[in-house]
Design a protein around this ligand. Sequence first.
Ligand code: SF4
Length: 307
Amino acid sequence: MAIGRLRLKPMSYDFPPWRPPSEANSLLVRVTRGCTWNRCTFCSMYKQLTFERRPAEDVKADILAAASLYSAEVRSVFIGDSNSLSIKTCDLAAILNQLYAVFPALERVTSYARAKTLLKKSLDDLRQLRQAGLTRLHVGLETGNAELLKKTRKGATPEEMVAGCRKAKEAGFELSVYVLLGLGGEHLSAAHARDTAAVLNRIDPHFIRVRTLQPQPGSELYDAMKAGAFVKASHETVLREQRIMVENLNVTSAYLSDHITNYIPVNGRLPGDREDMLRAIDKHSADLMHTTALHDRFARKDGLTRL
Ligand code: SF4
């Protein structure tokens, strides 16, 4: 059960609308609303929101409301929305201090972070946040391919992605990096896979987490797909793409397919589990050639347009 969903009332508590799947059991604390960037062509998450910092007293009131219900239970907190590190370091550190003061069993506090924001923060600031108890950062790499990063207006180059992520590791954070399978569509799939592996090899994050592109209404990519300007990758292409990426990864990361959009579960710790992971992909690729049932199952993922 996600802490807060049943007993905290949405009208009096401001829930972040999105969180990583791995934060399903975390208390959700909203420090900002929206995304500081809000321009990625594949993303519709915060399109309706103008970015704003929530007043400190409102955040504090939410934390106290949660503490009145769950003080002893909360072991992990996710801070939303999309880029909490964009606020002043001292303000975020004060919120972290408050969290640890009211939740005595708290072990983990995590947040999304943009690579560009990590680059802008000084190493001292990042260390200060780490010392205040921010433990894990979730960074959306999506792709390591320069052309695709530009096309999708991700707002960072491969070099900046590497530098921002390495800086977070240097500051002592656990790093969870997200990859978006299928982002290159049919035409850029192989380059997307190879270049993403190359960037991940330079970062060597603690976690690599994959999701699969299912274009969402409200995003530019969805409109491009409908207009025929973007050709969504086929099921076979997405599996082949994942195979190329896993084959080329030279990391010591946990690799997780922990998102509902993914066609198949490919999980393991690299490099040790690589062969098992490749075998799982190959088996599904072979099955796709012989059975329509698997296509039908995957097609249900293609229908996930209300994420
Ligand atoms: S993908 Fe992340 S950075 Fe890009 S618009 Fe969406 S929330 Fe913002």
